[in-house]
Design a protein around this ligand. Sequence first.
Ligand SMILES: Nc1nc2c(ncn2[C@@H]2O[C@H](COP(=O)(O)OP(=O)(O)OP(=O)(O)O)[C@@H](O)[C@H]2O)c(=O)[nH]1
Ligand SMILES: [Mg+2]
Length: 193
Amino acid sequence: MKVTSADIVISAVKPEQYPNEPFPEFALAGRSNVGKSSFINKMINRKNLARTSSKPGKTQTLNFYIINDMLHFVDVPGYGYAKVSKTERAAWGKMIETYFTNRDQLKAALLIVDLRHPPTKDDIMMYGFFKHYDLPVIVVATKADKIPKGKWQKHLKVTRETLGMEKEDETIVFSGETGQGKDEAWGLLKKYM
Ligand SMILES: Nc1nc2c(ncn2[C@@H]2O[C@H](COP(=O)(O)OP(=O)(O)OP(=O)(O)O)[C@@H](O)[C@H]2O)c(=O)[nH]1
Ligand SMILES: [Mg+2]
């Protein structure tokens, strides 16, 4: 898709703050620092509209982005970061559960995992959560630029098997650095718009 406009709409923590527009929406999920915000930036050709950081825990709110006045990306705080208090973790859980289980506009979750490593326990739980709520999930295995192309398919197989992915669920090999997988990702998203 040719992206002609992209802007932040709102940083939300509760449903009253979510935008009311009926646009199809796609939300990111994944470990802290895995590359969720970078995925959004690469998809919309913007360097840092979704703020990124080399330190985990950069994204703290549900950040809604409007693309071409017709769809939303929602950047979501990551999980699995050790230096988080119990209270913060509980607040995160409530925000995530509220959003993912009550949002009519949400067409699919984009579960971002690191292609280099097998998915974590948290990744497996997150995948299970989406399946439980019957939400379509697309697994984006990112940071592909960090391993040789010849190993991608082997790693992707480990990703699928570790998550226990169902046959019909799609995976994409992606890189927020090189843009690998970007056209494929847009192609998949289009099916849900
Ligand atoms: N080499 C490489 N680095 C990446 C890629 N994607 C993200 N990064 C780097 O990984 C770090 C984290 O990226 P973010 O996009 O901020 O990660 P995030 O998942 O949004 O993290 P939180 O907001 O903390 O949950 C940054 O230093 C990025 O530059 C990628 O595909 N390849
Ligand atoms: Mg982020």
